[in-house]
Structure formats: C-alpha cells, structure tokens
Design a protein around this ligand. Sequence first.
Ligand SMILES: *Cc1c(COP(=O)(O)O)cnc(C)c1O
Length: 453
Amino acid sequence: MTNDLIEKSKKHLWLPFTQMKDYDENPLMIESGNGIKVKDINGKEYYDGFSSVWLNVHGHRKKELDDAITNQLGKIAHSTLLGMTNVPATELAEKLVEISPEQLTRVFYSDSGAEAMEIALKMAFQYWQNRGKSNKQKFVSMRNGYHGDTIGAVSIGSIDLFHHVYGPLMFKGFKAPIPYVYRSNSSDPAVCRDECLHILEQLFVEHHHEIAALSIESMVQGAAGMIVMPDGFLAGVRKLCTKYDVLMIVDEVATGFGRTGRMFACEHENVQPDLMAAGKGITGGYLPIAVTLTTEEIYEAFYDDYQTLKTFFHGHSYTGNQLGCAVAMENLRLFDSEKIVGDVARKSNDLHAMLRDLQSLAHVGDIRQLGFMCGIELVQSKETKAPFPAHKRVGYQVSLKMRELGMLTRPLGDVIVFMPPLVSSKKELKEMVAIMKEAIDLCTSEVSSAVEH
Ligand SMILES: *Cc1c(COP(=O)(O)O)cnc(C)c1O
C-alpha cells in the first residue's frame, strides 16, 4: 500500500521547486502531523524544522484552528468577494488593520504571497496613472530579492538561479544593492548600510520622476539565504522613498505574523509602508490566504464614478475565502491569548545562544538570525569564506541527513534554513539544533575530505 502510493507519486506528480530526479531518488510522503512534528506514510516522525516552508505557527492539528474551520463549514465554505463581501473576510480585515502599521487601513485579499505582491505592484502602478502622473511607471527592487513565482513577482525578484531563464519575459526595472555584511568589503554593518543607501539615493536623484515604487523584503531577505539587514537600513530606505516621492512596498510574506519576534518585521524600525504584502503565517499555516494592505491615500485614488475607469480590475476566484478567513481570525485570536509574539522574542534569545554552539564547526561560516528566522551559511573555508563547489550540493546533503535524523528543512544553496513553528518550546528547539549540528558536522567533514583528496 505504502510503496504503491510512492509509485503513484512518482508517476503522476510534478512538485514545486523540485528536480523530480531528486524526488525519485529520495521520495517522502507526509500523512499526518501533530504539534511541531509531521509523520510520513511509514510512520517515521520528523520535526517540522522549516514550518512546512515558513508557514506554521501553532503546530499541526491545533484544536482551535481545526474547530474554526469546522464551525465555518457549518455556515458556508465559499462565496465571492467580487462586488460583495462575507462575514469572516470583513472581521479579519478589521483585525488586520488593527495590528498592522498605523497608516495601513485597507485590505485586499488573494491566495498566495506572489499574488499579494502582484497586487501591490499593480496598485502602485495604477495609483500614479489614476493621479495623472503617467510617467511614473518603473519599479526599483533589491538585488537577491524574492517575492514569489508569478511573472510580475519574478520581474522584481533577482535570484539568478530561479529567475535567469525567464529574463526575456520580465519587465525591466532598476535593481538596488542590499547590504550583505558577511560577503561585503567592509565587515562594519553601518558602512555596508550607508554605501547601499547612497547608491539608492543616486538612483532616485536621477530617476524618481519615472519610478512608481520600490519593493523590499522586510528586515530579512529570506530566499536569498536569510540575509538580515543591518540596523537602520529599512528605515533609511523609507526615508529616501518619502523624500523622492516613491511608494514603498514592503514584503512581509515570510517575516509577518510574529516570525521575527514582532507582529510585522518593519516594526523593528518603525517603518510605515505604503503597501504591505503578507501571507504564509496569516492562517497559522492552514489555508491559502494572502493580503495586500494599503493606505487611505492610495485607496482614494481609485475611488470615483465608474465612468472614470479608476477601478482596480483585479481579483481571483477564491479571493476572501470564508474558510481561510475564519481560520486566520482564530489564528490571530490565538496570537493574543497565547501571547505568541512576545514569546518568540523571548525564546529567540535562547535560540541565539543555542546557535552559537554551531559556530565551532569547521564549515559554519555565518549564522544569521532574526527571531525564529535563521540561516546557517556553510563554507569550504572559514578563513577565506570560499564556498563549497556547487556540484557537491552540500546544503542538500545536509538536509537529507537531517531527514534521516528526524527533522525536515529545505536549504537555500549552502545556507541551512531553520524556521521552526513559533510555538516550539525551548526543549524542542534544543533537540532540533542538535540534529542540525550533527548533520552539518557529518556531511561537511565528508565533503571537505573528499574535496581535498
Ligand atoms: C514565500 C514568499 C513569497 C511568495 O509567497 P507564495 O505564497 O509562495 O506565493 C513572497 N515573498 C516572500 C518574502 C516570501 O518568502
């Protein structure tokens, strides 16, 4: 029966971000989950060390979340948001506005982070058109940025491995540098930060009249390898956007909902975005809901008699889905009653101390962390920071070893990702870090001796 299912998966499935040849060699099928662990069809248990790709908050099979969905099912599963609304979508919008940066007052729903970013782009673009400033059509995005996989989101992304092949399909825009302290000329974060801000300002001086908006991940570039921005960078970008009349789109899809020890990561720097995309943790990792929040000023540029054609002509079949909104509401209620955000901030300090223990390993080059968002960059040489040869796929080997040892995660190149569910206890964090340490140690010593000989 078990093998039968695996064979069917190999025969019929095509998995996202997956070389299917890898899957065929190392298949895995999850059947159930409980707390911060998931179980495969053979009954083997794994820690969910990456929150099922950065989503999970309260663990799996959280009773309150399960009940929220069943209760909503007793009323209705879905009705459209085109031209009308529903109860949970309305209640959730009110709650989101309450917990978001103050100037964000309007909520536009979608089903994924990529769509939330597409919507932010289209809103920013049309905002200037509606206001009669039709020359403001271009976007500035950050090097190594990642905002999802639809073509608009890919156009403002710049991770070569994922995006290069689609070059001819993308719309053109400006790319601005981001401070990546570990791999920059100066090891002083403030120097890196100021260099990047200076280049951004030069770009604005020359081109602001044709720039609609800038897009940036909030505080941490996730897919780029968990690159944490130096203090003052995000606030510096905000200042420049205001000065040069460029809208600021902040991508909180990965960082939002407590992940970094604040409800939204831009709170670390008191940044007020003009548009903010969120998703992932919004439903506790249960259902596909995403949101784009914006200001009253942007909303008002679309509000007019129909004949002016200022309507935002965008929507999806499942926009504002009741089941998703109901579970998101319950998720946010649990954030309050279980004091999740403060708890993550506190436990992050413990986690910081645990991760320091990895520093002694021969091939751990850099450990980056903001809250429960961590990346461990493996290198061939700590001295020169030289990476391992890419074809060795060290990050991938380490993740397979971790799987064997009872924990799931997905690497970003040779950066090991650690993003445990927010409710992970100190004891669980310790056990997960121990698995990481063992796997890194085993795999990197194997590879490096193979490289040397
Ligand atoms: C995951 C992610 C996205 C895309 O979200 P999807 O729901 O996968 O489409 C966008 N931006 C960031 C920063 C992300 O981490």
